[in-house]
Design a protein around this ligand. Structure first.
Ligand code: AMP
Ligand code: MG
Length: 325
């Protein structure tokens, strides 16, 4: 085993390329949920890979944290943390296209697919100050009075933030379709609506990272049994999980269609084999890291005269000495 104290890049060069699904060739059955694509030889073999990957996620986490801070600093700068994106400052010259970016990780998976665990491990490495994490459950009465994207728009991360969606607008073409919560014409129309919406987002400073955590039927069964065996996990179980499980194939078909219809160059879908939790976290951390790299982030320059401020500070020190001492 090597690479114990530095980040080892995947051998393929890019996890984004490796895990991206081509919209015209979505075949989930062909993706082995226990596979570990892109894992370098440095990971070793067999059981030692887990420890290696966990350590790598820690190291990567430090990198993600730095990148996230740059993203955040560009949006806040000296103008104040909640400065509107439209308020120009000297720092703007340094930003992509003059607008502070935001990154939005969209996590979708079957129950027990590992969305919560991924957030804990990968987002856990970043600064909570710059994170914007939202979970989506069944729509409330108020949400149902609006179109399906209404609650999504309200949950978008502000400029400079890393947003994470634990489920998303895709539920409206997944559970809504499989459980016939709306008629077919309605869910069918949503693919185009989603594409329009995401085009609008990517056109206005949002970088989307859409990830499906792909687990197997057998692995879901084991994780559900764990939840029914360990009293500290009862809270994660919902009897309706078994109803969804009974419709596994319908859900897989709905996922395949969503990935095929809504995978675009601007907002591609990635499928992460997720039966092995350590691989899942490692892969998602790299997907995020590569996304940050492509944004070419940096810290904003000072929008004040640094030398003058230093002099003022020294002058202040002098006065305190005179007065106080
Ligand atoms: P969990 O993620 O385990 O907390 O469960 C959230 C539940 O909310 C899942 O059963 C989802 O299918 C359900 N859900 C999320 N979004 C929607 C939606 N738009 N319509 C109906 N159910 C939804
Ligand atoms: Mg659940």
């Amino acid at each position: 085993m090597s690479g114990l104290d530095e980040v080892v890049r995947p051998e393929c060069g890019s996890m984004r390329k490796l895990l991206r699904v081509a919209p015209d060739a979505v075949d989930l059955a062909a993706v082995d949920p226990r596979s570990t694509p892109g894992l370098p030889a440095a990971a070793g073999a067999g059981k030692e890979r887990k420890g290696w990957a966990r350590k790598q996620v820690e190291l990567l986490g430090a990198e993600l944290g730095r990148q996230q801070e740059m993203l955040y600093s560009a949006a806040t700068g000296a103008a104040g943390p909640e400065a509107p994106a439209s308020a120009p400052s000297q720092a703007d010259a340094h930003l992509n296209g003059g607008r502070p970016r935001r990154v939005l990780l969209v996590l979708q998976a079957m129950d027990c697919g590992g969305k919560d665990g991924t957030i804990k491990r990968v987002a856990g490495a970043m600064n909570p100050l710059g994170l914007h994490i939202r979970s989506f459950g069944p729509p409330t009465e108020e949400e149902l009075r609006h179109d399906f994207l209404w609650r999504i728009r309200r949950a978008l991360p502000p400029p400079g933030y890393v947003g994470i969606f634990n489920r998303s607008h895709y539920e409206d073409v997944l559970v809504a379709r499989v459980e016939s919560l709306v008629d077919e014409a309605t869910w069918r129309a949503r693919y185009d609506l989603i594409n329009d919406f995401e085009r609008e987002l990517t056109g206005s400073s949002v970088t989307l990272v859409k990830v499906m955590l792909h687990i197997s039927y057998a692995e879901q069964g084991e994780r559900l049994m764990e939840r029914l065996t360990d009293p500290t996990k009862y809270w994660k179980y919902n009897p309706s999980d078994l109803d969804s499980r009974a419709r596994w194939d319908d859900y897989q078909a709905a996922y395949a269609d969503a990935l095929a219809r809504c995978g675009t160059d601007a907002a591609p879908w990635f499928v992460v084999p997720a039966d092995r939790k350590w691989y899942r976290d490692w892969a998602v951390a790299h997907l995020l890291g590569e996304t940050f790299d492509a944004l070419d982030l940096g810290y904003p320059p000072a929008d004040f005269d640094v030398e003058r401020e230093r002099q003022r500070l020294r002058g202040e020190d002098e006065r305190v000495k005179v007065n106080g001492g």
